[in-house]
Design a protein around this ligand. Sequence first.
Ligand code: G
Ligand code: MN
Length: 424
Amino acid sequence: MAQSDVLAMVRRGLARLPGLGRGMAAGPGPTGAASKGGALGLLDVDDLKGLNASSDFDTGDRLLNAIDDTLRRALPKGLGVERSENGRFVLWLPGLGLDEAAALTERLRHLAASVVVEGTTGLMARTLSAGVVRIGTDESRNRAVLHADSVLARAKALGGNRTETARAITSPSILPTRAEVEAAIDSAAIEYHLQPIADLRDRRVAGFEALLRWRKDDGALVGPAPFVDTLDRIPEAGSERLADLACAAARPLLAEDGIYYVTFNITGAVLDGQNSPGCRWMRHLLDTLPPDRMVFEIVETAIVVNPARAADLIDKLRARGVRIALDDFGTGLSNLERLRRFPVDILKIDRSFVDGLGGAGREEAILASLVTLAQRLGTDIVAEGIETERQVETVRDLGIHFGQGYHLGRPARAVDWLGTGSDA
Ligand code: G
Ligand code: MN
């Protein structure tokens, strides 16, 4: 698979992004920021499952299509509607304040509820629920959609057939600014640390996970949670420097005997389109390191926003020899549907499962059947968060071959691993 194919694929992804078509006034900026402010509404048909169960299977589809038509015709010029994978309608409302957006969404919701289709047992219609959020100036599309999704979930939990709203996610002032993060990259205060992933059968290090760390002035080491969003918006130069750091950390380790791969965590911004900093970061990595020595770890929240684009990217990366790991598996949004649709190479079992081993819980049974499942799928399993020798033994006895955790090695700089040899 040539590099240009990946680029072409990413470009097609961008062409599909909401806001670039349909004559929207203020489309997403090149860095993946949603817009210069505005709002986003998410509309979902209530009890579509009930409709599908009580009627012909395609009645639900026809209802969604009819609602789609109605919304498109009703939307004022300059606003956009996009059908999402899971049958929802994303309303892109640039330039609208939260109250205006909520009022408009409410009107559209009522209009959509009046759409009727013929089912096997007569005429069918459904109420809808909506979540409306204000989009922060620098907020990415992915974040805005996830935010609206949580607000919509609230509308559903309250019984459906209603609209719920939320202000933009405002960053608390303790979050670093873009300038601060850029300065930290320049001064190497932000760097990659590497945590070993061990083969539990012989205790040898099989690979490393690259983890971003920021050494603050007071010496404290901070993980990426507080600055990863800012990082996702740092333009070209910053993402290239960061990719350089990643490659510089990975290369000497990959030169060691028996080290098969280095894994990198991918954020939603990588899936966000051709011009996102995350995408450039990834391209730089692909240009520099051997693809078959790289693993990209994806969390499921990054997939749900646009599963089609995620699937496309995963296919293209795997075709080049890059392996894909599903991170934090077992928590949050993981489900079997995802395993069915996304051929991943590695499942990283969330550390909450390892924590629970040996207690009264059902972790053993779940892990044992995951091992069987993974074998059938040809997927490796890595158990995360191994903190005791006891856990090494239990996990290994369950048939899990790989582990990661403080007991096996804490994240450290590449030079630290090389200085002490790779036998940690
Ligand atoms: O989401 P992901 O699995 O990529 O998170 C990795 C994070 O987990 C890193 O920040 C790392 O420091 C942390 N971590 C690694 N091993 C352990 C462990 O044994 N226990 C705990 N509590 N955290 C760990
Ligand atoms: Mn990870």
